[in-house]
Design a protein around this ligand. Sequence first.
Ligand SMILES: C[S@@+](CC[C@H](N)C(=O)[O-])C[C@H]1O[C@@H](n2cnc3c(N)ncnc32)[C@H](O)[C@@H]1O
Length: 266
Amino acid sequence: MRYRVRNQKAWDRLVAQGSQFARTATDAECSNPLAALDGRGWLPHTVAGLRVLCLAAGGGWQSILYASAGAQVTVVDISPGMLELDNSEASRRNLNLRLIEGSMDDLSMLEDDSFDIVHQPVSTCYVPDILPVYREIGRVLRPGGTYLSQHKQPASLQITRMNSRKLYEFGIEYYHKGPLPPVQDEAYREEQAEEYLHRWEDLLGGLCRSGFVVEDVVEPVRADPTAPAGHYRHRGRFVAPFVRILARRREGIVAPTSQTSSLWIP
Ligand SMILES: C[S@@+](CC[C@H](N)C(=O)[O-])C[C@H]1O[C@@H](n2cnc3c(N)ncnc32)[C@H](O)[C@@H]1O
């Protein structure tokens, strides 16, 4: 599948370039790991002994923090380069991690109901369809388990450039299908990655239809009133780039995932 191959290569390259997203947890963060992982108090006050899946979360940040807090950690990521960061950092700190190279939309290597927490940083933009990802998470998470995730907001992915009047242009349609075209303003895009826009009815509606209850939604602030035009924090004043979601797997029977509504309402 082309998106997997391209994004694996893109992320291996980002590791080699020392991307800010390929950053392992610091000693200071490890001294209070839950505060670093979760500024909102969404996690239980201890995760010691809990089974945590860090999904598409290679790079040695989330995994090292959860393991420092005493959790049993599995990482699934498509990039061997990102997983190697988890591996070397875990060895250095004498922590135990289970590392699996795989794609978030096929978790067939993992058992049903085998995690208490799934933590997924920004990454659903790298798959064409978010519903198989939710379906897989709903399967591997135990009933009542916590799913913490962050995603790129669709409006931010619609921006193609800042024009001469310093206004951000929406050059991509909301209903765009397939890989996103290259853009001039790459502030919230990763070099050479194949990215996809997911609409709100999939990001939130898809979650509900996959057997989750949404408990909270926040938009991490990337706005800075002093940032110069064109800077990613200037752009963040106009459109929030990310959304962070707290969801819980419903107890009982999980509703089958249905398709989203049709594109045009007559
Ligand atoms: C923004 S990084 C997240 C990791 C980082 N630790 C962080 O804190 O932001 C996105 C991750 O998604 C991974 N990824 C991309 N496509 C994937 C896929 N189909 N399945 C699993 N992981 C994928 C990349 O390899 C990368 O590690």
